[in-house]
Write a protein that binds this ligand. Structure first.
Ligand code: ASP
Length: 351
């Protein structure tokens, strides 16, 4: 009898040990570690293949991505806001001819460069955007000014330019945005269009042999030390766009979204599909309403919803814990991350 009692008490102690260990493990697993701050950027997704890339070009892209993200990283490390980090990081990418934003913007069918942009503050859900501007050197600065100094969320065209001037933003002659490589891309698309004798502009825009297969839009998402999330996006849109076409980039919920309760997202890809799929907000909503992780939500929206519609592109995002995700259904996406330990990762192709 004594032996049986000993055995029982041993078994009880042993099983409670196992339980404690299991409980501790479960608790730590369900509680993701929180980073102090984090920053992620993209410079566009698309048919970016290693076999088509020279080492020189690859280095140029990686260097500029690294340089840009360090600007935001330093702001965050010094206790600055995620909004400042997003804006200033995007400024560097806008000033580079490598990306389809600011200086490197693509050409419209009419031979102009028309910029779209937006920014969102995850703390207040305030947002600012502008579309179709041709004279504002750094469009993301205009988006921020719209958010902070106007009663509106989105301005367009001439009115947006007048507002930018009133705000003292840097205004340039439209010729500042001319780059030979973007101009040549427009000519190539136009030649292909006429070779196919496509009179139907709608069919031409959606023709995979004609359309631009690289999206060079830039975007940034960041979490700061105060737990505030922000995201921003800046673009020249799509080559050969017509009639004042506006893509997803300036549309809050499609190209950009940020909410402290969930995540901050910036998109790049075929804007028509990103608008129809409401990509950026959908990712936040899946986290909010369904409790999905950022990775699960991004996969659901990019690999299922967007892909099934026929759209291509991707997103970069960071959640309230500082988890960073890059999700795309194209061959590559220019992207970089920096965590609170100062570890930098720059990538172009699929892993
Ligand atoms: N999403 C942009 C647009 O459709 C293009 C891009 O990402 O490069 O205007």
């Amino acid at each position: 009898m004594k032996k049986i009692l000993y055995l029982c008490s041993f078994l009880l102690t042993f099983s409670s040990c196992i339980n404690t260990e299991t409980k501790v493990k479960t608790a730590s697993e369900s509680m993701p570690s929180k980073a102090e701050f984090a920053i992620i950027i993209h410079g566009g997704a698309g048919t970016i293949l290693k076999k088509n890339m020279t080492l020189e070009k690859e280095t140029a892209y990686k260097t500029k991505l690294g340089e840009a993200i360090r600007v935001g990283y330093t702001i965050l490390k010094n206790g600055g806001s995620s909004l400042d980090a997003v804006q200033k990081t995007i400024n560097l990418l806008e000033d580079s001819p490598l990306f389809n934003a600011g200086k490197g913007a693509v050409f419209t069918n009419a031979g102009t460069n028309e910029h779209d942009t937006s920014i969102m503050d995850g703390k207040t859900l305030n947002a600012g955007a502008s579309a179709g501007t041709t004279t504002v050197k750094n469009p993301i600065n205009l988006a921020r000014a719209v958010m902070e100094n106007s009663p509106h969320v989105m301005l367009s065209g001439k009115g947006a330019e007048t507002f930018a001037e009133e705000q003292g933003l840097q205004i340039v002659d439209p010729s500042y945005f001319y780059t030979e490589s973007r101009f040549n891309s427009l000519q190539r698309i136009k030649e292909k269009e006429s070779a196919k004798q496509k009179l139907d502009t709608k069919a031409a825009f959606y023709d995979p042999d004609i359309k631009d297969s690289k999206f060079g839009t830039v975007g940034c998402a960041a979490l700061d030390k105060n737990g505030n999330l922000a995201a921003g996006t800046s673009t020249g849109g799509m080559t050969n766009k017509r009639w004042g076409r506006i893509g997803d980039s300036p549309i809050i919920g499609a190209g950009t979204y940020a909410n402290n309760a969930t995540c901050a997202v910036s998109s790049t890809g075929w804007g028509e599909y990103f608008i129809r799929a409401m990509v950026a907000h959908d990712i936040s909503a899946l986290m909010d309403y369904k409790g999905l992780t950022l990775k699960e939500a991004a996969q659901e929206v990019i690999q299922k919803k967007l892909s099934e519609l026929g759209g291509d592109g991707g997103i970069i995002a960071v959640d309230k814990n500082g988890t960073m995700v890059a999700e795309f259904n194209t061959a590559g996406m220019y992207r970089a991350t920096m965590n609170d330990k100062g570890e930098l990762e720059v990538k172009i192709y699929k892993e």
